[in-house]
Design a protein around this ligand. Sequence first.
Ligand SMILES: *[C@@H]1O[C@H](CO)[C@@H](O)[C@H](O)[C@H]1NC(C)=O
Ligand SMILES: *[C@@H]1O[C@H](CO)[C@@H](O)[C@H](O)[C@H]1NC(C)=O
Ligand SMILES: *[C@@H]1O[C@H](CO)[C@@H](O)[C@H](O)[C@H]1NC(C)=O
Length: 427
Amino acid sequence: MKLKVDLLFLVGISISVKSAFAFSYRALPAGTVNLSSSVQRDVYTMADWAAGYGVQQAEGVLLTSYDGNDYFPMTQSYIPAGSPVMYVPSDLTFTSYKAMQEFGASLSICENQLVQAGLGDKVPLFRIFFKIIAEYERGEESPWYPWLNSLPRVYNTGASMTYACFDCLPPYAAYLALSERQNFVNFQKAIKSAPFSEDIVKNVTLLKWAYNVALTRSIEINGERMIAPMADMFNHSADTEVEISYDDNGDCYAYATVDIPAGSPLRISYGDPTDPTPLFAKYGFLDESSPGTFCKLMHMRSEIDALGYTFADLLFYRENGAISPEVYDVVLYHILLKEDDGMANGFYGAVMSGDENTKSQYHDQYWPYTKQELQKHVDGTLRDLERWSAKAQSYDLNTHPRVPLILQHNEFVKETFLRVKANLDMM
Ligand SMILES: *[C@@H]1O[C@H](CO)[C@@H](O)[C@H](O)[C@H]1NC(C)=O
Ligand SMILES: *[C@@H]1O[C@H](CO)[C@@H](O)[C@H](O)[C@H]1NC(C)=O
Ligand SMILES: *[C@@H]1O[C@H](CO)[C@@H](O)[C@H](O)[C@H]1NC(C)=O
């Protein structure tokens, strides 16, 4: 999309960011960002800094906060669909390909380790992580210092969770959160080969912060990871107002995807909103607007795979306790595999060929068994949820600050499961 930026935007003064990173082992310069959890984010200095470096915004767009911790952009003026909301010049952006140009061989050594650990697909994210650490190490000499100093210190992501947290979550959420943590552990190992100071590569607090920044603020475009300071402030929603794109020059644009009334938050999509758990594990928030949750049939994973379904197909709906049809298929296939191979094969064939008539004959014939199996699963999960939440409540909030989020997640699942139970019991 081509647009006349200057006609629509407030014009900022453009200064080019010259990055002069040269590798050497050295002591940390004074003035590295203070990562103490009690430090206030300095978001307004960052906004001035961004304007000084040529970031432009549509009239009426400003950063706002309900609680002084979380900030998000909103608009005080009407913005018509299709018009630009924000522009970030490429000089200011972090991208995985620019990190490779800047750090070359030193980065490759670390990346080989990631590849060996089976995390080749995380290489773009690692490059952003590396660049963030490099700029952190430069302290106030980094052109990005005001941006770094504006970022949250505390994260509720899976990578920040501990085994005590995983113990209080349903298996699917625990599994996703633990995978995030394992990715971080592998990043931590790989960065040891980088020519940063010992103070950096051994400091888990700092590395985890850099990982969380890279993970939660970058977006993926054509296999590359990018962060555009200021455009990284958009929050997630299932109903979005804004979309982000990059042009051939690497400049970042945010456009209005709908007519946006004055007073609206400006939000993008961080990922599939149908089930809140993957976003919970990755970003550390619960999207209460999600329509439902994965049905948590983790013990039927091989049946799910065999039928060609993904977890996102297998939903329980929160509003009315509805069950997606694929759930019944998986449960019935599980039952038939235990009882009768011939029947299992017949049912499998009907599902794979999309023969709805035959499928529903199987479903009718076995309905009492399917219902019983589902009730057993739902009742069992509800009991487990009580246990997990009771355990979370027994933790000290000072040492386990993520307990409220975990309880919120489990409550969302519980509400959904209770509605499904009410439906099942009446069927
Ligand atoms: C790690 O870095 C943080 C942030 O700079 C600092 O507050 C903390 O003291 C460091 N920890 C260690 C063990 O050096
Ligand atoms: C970091 O901030 C905390 C909380 O404001 C403060 O107590 C601590 O002294 C600061 N650390 C440094 C190295 O300035
Ligand atoms: C961002 O969105 C999430 C999910 O809807 C929500 O939990 C969180 O409070 C939002 N943050 C802000 C600052 O609005």
